[in-house]
Design a protein around this ligand. Structure first.
Ligand SMILES: NC(=O)c1ccc[n+]([C@@H]2O[C@H](COP(=O)([O-])OP(=O)(O)OC[C@H]3O[C@@H](n4cnc5c(N)ncnc54)[C@H](O)[C@@H]3O)[C@@H](O)[C@H]2O)c1
Ligand SMILES: CC(C)[C@H](C(=O)O)[C@@H](O)C(=O)O
Ligand SMILES: [Mg+2]
Length: 359
């Protein structure tokens, strides 16, 4: 049976990096017998342009039917003045929420070839292999009430609600322990329990779930300290589990440990393991259209889709090995370039990975 994959290029560099993912999937199909059917749809600003909505109904319907969804990125200055609910980012949030993709896996792995591209010294980041598990459908991103209002004294105020229910905390905590069991069996839950009631409940529930996982060493850390520890000694972490906004911020920071934000893939999974896959970076308007974006985070997102949603672990290994080979060959997009390496563009990088696919 053929796997149905929905491709959502989105905006900015989205179409450029996703074109390389499409090239990769076609190569896996033609040369390595991967049974896939690809379909494309609009989301974000492209969705607004095509159908007046950042998440057109037709796109959502196709996403529900697909075995895996691959997204480039959404957003850009062209759309920043749109009414709030029409903004590209609302489309991304809506698809995550509608498909109940509550578990967002953001692995930060330093390829040894990129040690000199990392913002940190090689001995601090060498061998880094960290998994950030970000809760993706709750917290301040979705909490009600929210808005901008005018008080009786005429002063305007903006407000959001950072809210988590016990079942929401429990299911992400359980995912965190399950992931830790398959890795180094260490889970660090990041919160702000010294200030926020929602974090107090988070900690209590995580402690309760921990009783089912006696083989996992659980620790807790405040988010401000976690940000500091990530750049001081990132290898102390195995799996980090945290709420939506903390996870958004910490994963961008973790990206720089690996050399570039253009290196970090992600998987956003529902309770059944169906998922949406995307690089963690955005639409990079500053370099869009120049053919210089790093497509590796997107190609590594394809590998995650093969592994987590399609049950094609061998094909995933093949893609990851090809990325390693291309880095060995010294090909680098500008964001990860260093002295002595060959500077290549988005397309050359994608073609190099395809050429490096092997049995
Ligand atoms: N998942 C998403 O679709 C997503 C994620 C983050 C931001 N955004 C949106 O993207 C737009 C730009 O946001 P931003 O500038 O804060 O973040 P960004 O991640 O788009 O860019 C931050 C910096 O990283 C660089 N960068 C990002 N991806 C790169 C790649 N693959 N290769 C090389 N360099 C890369 C950019 O050039 C820029 O200098 C906004 O509209 C924002 O809302 C979307
Ligand atoms: C664009 C935005 C809604 C999104 C988020 O905050 O989740 C992005 O930053 C990400 O990390 O995927
Ligand atoms: Mg982000």
């Amino acid at each position: 049976m053929s796997h149905k994959i929905l491709i959502l290029p989105g905006d900015g560099i989205g179409p450029e990096i996703v074109a390389e993912a499409t090239r990769l999937l076609h190569a896996l199909k033609d040369r390595f017998a991967l049974a896939v059917e690809l379909e494309e749809a609009a989301i974000g600003g492209a969705g607004y342009d095509a159908a007046g909505e950042p998440l057109p109904q037709a796109t959502l319907d196709l996403a529900r039917e697909a075995d895996g969804v691959l997204l480039g990125a959404v957003g850009g200055p062209r759309y920043d003045q749109l009414p709030w609910e029409k903004r590209p980012e609302r489309g991304l949030l809506a698809i995550r929420s509608q498909l109940e993709l509550f578990a967002n896996l953001r692995p930060a792995i330093l390829y040894p070839q990129l040690a000199s591209a990392s913002a940190l010294k090689p001995d601090i980041v060498g061998g880094l292999d960290l998994m950030i598990l970000r809760e993706l459908t709750g917290g301040a991103y979705f909490g009600q009430p929210r808005g901008i209002r005018t008080r009786e004294d005429g002063v305007r105020e903006g407000f959001n609600t950072l809210i988590y229910s016990e079942p929401e905390i429990e299911r992400i905590a359980r995912s965190g322990f399950e992931i830790a069991m398959k890795r180094g069996r260490r889970l660090c839950s990041v919160d702000k329990a010294n200030v926020l009631e929602v974090s107090q409940l988070w900690r209590e529930v995580v402690e309760r779930v921990a009783r089912d996982y006696p083989d996992v060493a659980l620790s807790h850390m405040y988010v401000d300290n976690a940000a500091m520890q990530l750049v001081r000694a990132p290898k102390q972490f195995d799996v980090i589990v945290t709420e939506n906004m903390f996870g958004d911020i910490l994963s961008d920071a973790a990206a720089m440990l690996t050399g570039s934000i253009g290196m970090l893939p992600s998987a956003s999974l529902d309770a059944q393991g169906k998922g949406l896959y995307e690089p963690i970076h955005g639409s990079a308007p500053d370099i869009a259209g120049q053919g210089m974006a790093n497509p590796l985070a997107t190609l590594l997102s394809v590998a995650m889709m093969l592994r987590y949603s399609l049950g094609e672990a061998a094909q995933a290994d093949r893609v990851e090995a090809a990325v390693g080979r291309v880095l060995d060959q010294g090909q680098r997009t500008p964001d990860i370039w260093s002295e002595g390496c060959a500077k290549v563009g988005t397309r050359e990088m994608g073609e190099a990975v395809v050429a490096a696919l092997a049995d």
